[in-house]
Design a binder for this molecule. Sequence first.
Ligand code: AMP
Length: 284
Amino acid sequence: MRIVRSITETREIVSGWRQRGHIIGLVPTMGFFHQGHLELMRMSVGTTDKTIVSLFVNPTQFGAEEDLDVYPRDFEGDCDKARGCGADLMFCPEPGEIYRPGHQTEVSVAGLAEGMCGLDRPGHFTGVATVVAKLFNIIHPDYAFFGEKDFQQLQIIRQLTKDLNFSVSIVGVPIVREDNGLAMSSRNSYLSESERQDALVLHQALQLIWRRVQKEKDAADVDDLRAQAVALIEKSSFCTLEYLTIVDEQSLHEVSQVRGRCRVLGAIRVSQRIRLIDNIALYR
Ligand code: AMP
């Protein structure tokens, strides 16, 4: 596996692959790999001829009060894991390579980025959309793989791909979970053993909604479903709810009845410090 820091060298390698007719897959990440990341890489390796994993802790998607400076990192470990999955190239630029002095352009996706994490993290999705657009322009992948764990992000990327006419197919990958149901996340490394238990309440609240939707024959009433799940989270002494919303998967608009392709998405803060997100599809 090649480890490349420069855009120019990455482009040269990709152009050689393209001349040989290879299909190219991109897996954008911020590193500190867990099984969720590795699943994306395995999907890319299984679908394409050449897999590029980008490792870039993108400063523009972090708010001033957020965890950019302490974001977990393990460069050597990440290289070993990506290599083990069969990745061909790891693109790991320094921030100054991606954002040159005088950089002024941003990409923002208006509607989809407004609610949920967009409300709690102003500017976050503009940072994500900008860096993903840059990666698409640098690499020109045929396929790009993103986790459903960040479902709002996935839909925003699908929209920007369509709106900006990128010729890449976006592949959404189901959430990889710990045995107890906790969605894997690099930020889980901030959790103590007891906080890991506390954090489970988010998944339990989402599952409670999922179970009721599966059981009830008629379209379930959202206010009622939501109230029960919110009450469960509010009972927890160490977790605070940021949002819990049932939305239409395409528009990400809140629905009043669970019908068709709906999804429940939620975010909590554990011990005030650690923000975690999760979601579950509510259709069979
Ligand atoms: P990150 O490094 O957190 O920016 O994540 C990089 C990619 O991995 C994103 O597309 C995430 O949605 C995806 N991802 C993170 N955690 C998981 C998970 N538990 N299951 C599936 N995909 C994930």
